[in-house]
Design a protein around this ligand. Structure first.
Ligand code: NAD
Ligand code: MG
Length: 360
């Protein structure tokens, strides 16, 4: 098992990474639990892993109850959040009741936000069960729900007490979801670590086959990178923005296609390649680097090109992005593999040139 400590101004907390950790969850969770626990999951994950958590809590001697939510990004909203509060109120959860998020990023984000606001702040623990949530959403303390007019628009920065990433849970993950998580893994290499990027190039087949040691190494490395970045910049004033590599283009793809048609990671994969192409247009990146990013995304079974849709739609989607500040579009670009930059675009011609191969 690897243990990583995340240091933030609010508090420090551990991330445990390893195989079959749910089997020793009673020991791992015990020091981080309050008087009572609420396990919050969804109807897909409950039949797979809820019983293990319930058993662990019973063994740890902590009274608990469970709340099972509908599955899907379309339920990451106010109505579902209220189901969490209904369950907490019905079971008379107190401020010292620990909320346990068992699931992917949707569950983690919603439960985190519920924890941030329930009785002005209840402790919570993340048990991420998708690759994306293990390498990305469970680290860093961003929590949110969606608003009908925008994704993740209502939320809070709120850190968990602990994160427990059991790699064995990834075996039940649909292959497309595994690949989507891998897009974020590749993103880490591209934005900040060329050695890791090269290691991914050499090991992608083993990673996709879930070779245990290599998968653990990759998850650990990504969590470490994100934790270090977040420690420097918890509320995204500076370099935390680098983690958005590929995301401005990616969000446009998701919005255009309709959420869920392209998975987030699939859109980010194509988005990272577009970020490379934009940097080529700006003269900061060599075409060979973009080619390597595209090849690595494809090796993970991910798209390296966006779908075709009109330029005006791209601009409309990208100007709704949270990263837009006073009409200037901010992109995360690259100087080379392993070094990102923040690029401000006011001249849309350069975006037109970047996207021209994919315009109708
Ligand atoms: P998800 O939570 O929707 O999970 C994907 C699907 O896999 C769901 O159907 C889920 O029920 C299922 N699933 C989860 N674990 C499983 C398992 N072990 N076996 C079988 N099925 C399983 O999606 P996700 O990709 O994990 O997360 C996406 C969400 O994360 C988005 O809402 C996004 O906004 C958010 N996010 C947040 C942050 C952050 O910093 N907070 C970062 C990145 C993404
Ligand atoms: Mg992402």
């Amino acid at each position: 098992m690897h243990t990583l400590t995340v240091r933030t101004p609010s508090h420090n907390y551990p991330i445990y990474i390893g195989r079959d950790l749910l089997d020793s969850a009673h020991k791992l969770l015990k020091p981080h639990l309050g008087k009572k626990a609420a396990v919050i999951t969804n109807e897909t994950i409950a039949p797979l892993y809820l019983e293990k958590i319930q058993t662990a809590l019973t063994r740890a001697g902590v009274p608990h109850f469970s709340i099972i939510l509908p599955d899907g990004e379309e339920h990451k909203n106010w109505q579902t959040l209220n189901l969490i509060f209904d369950g907490l109120m019905t079971h008379r959860a107190e401020r010292k009741t620990t909320l346990i998020a068992l699931g992917g990023g949707v569950i983690g984000d919603m439960v985190g936000f519920a924890a941030a606001t329930y009785q002005r702040g209840a402790p919570f623990i993340q048990i991420p069960t998708t690759l994306l949530s293990q390498v990305d959403s469970s680290v860093g303390g961003k929590t949110a729900i969606n608003h009908p007019l925008g994704k993740n628009m209502i939320g809070a920065f709120y850190q968990p007490q602990a994160v427990l990433a059991d790699l064995a849970t990834l075996q039940s993950l649909p292959p497309r979801e595994l690949a989507a998580g891998m897009a974020e893994v590749v993103k880490y290499g591209a934005l900040g670590d060329s050695t890791f990027f090269e290691w991914l190039e050499q090991n992608m087949a083993d990673l996709m086959a879930q070779q245990p040691d290599k998968l653990a190494q990759a998850v650990y490395h990504c969590c470490k990178m994100k934790a270090d970045i977040v420690a420097d910049d918890e509320t995204e004033q500076g370099i935390r923005a680098w983690l958005n590599l590929g995301h401005t283009f990616g969000h446009a793809i998701e919005a255009e296609m309709g959420y869920g048609v392209w998975l987030h990671g699939e859109a980010v994969a194509a988005g990272c390649v577009l970020a490379g192409r934009l940097s080529e247009q700006l003269g900061t990146l060599a075409p060979e680097d973009t080619r390597r990013i595209a090849a690595l995304m494809q090796a993970a079974g991910l798209p390296a090109e966006p779908p075709c849709f009109p330029f005006e739609h791209w601009i409309a989607h990208m100007s709704h992005d949270k990263k837009v500040e006073s009409g200037i579009m901010r992109f995360i670009g690259l100087n080379r593999i392993g070094q990102a930059n923040i690029t401000e675009i006011t001249d849309t011609d350069i975006l037109h040139r970047t996207l021209s191969p994919y315009l109708p």
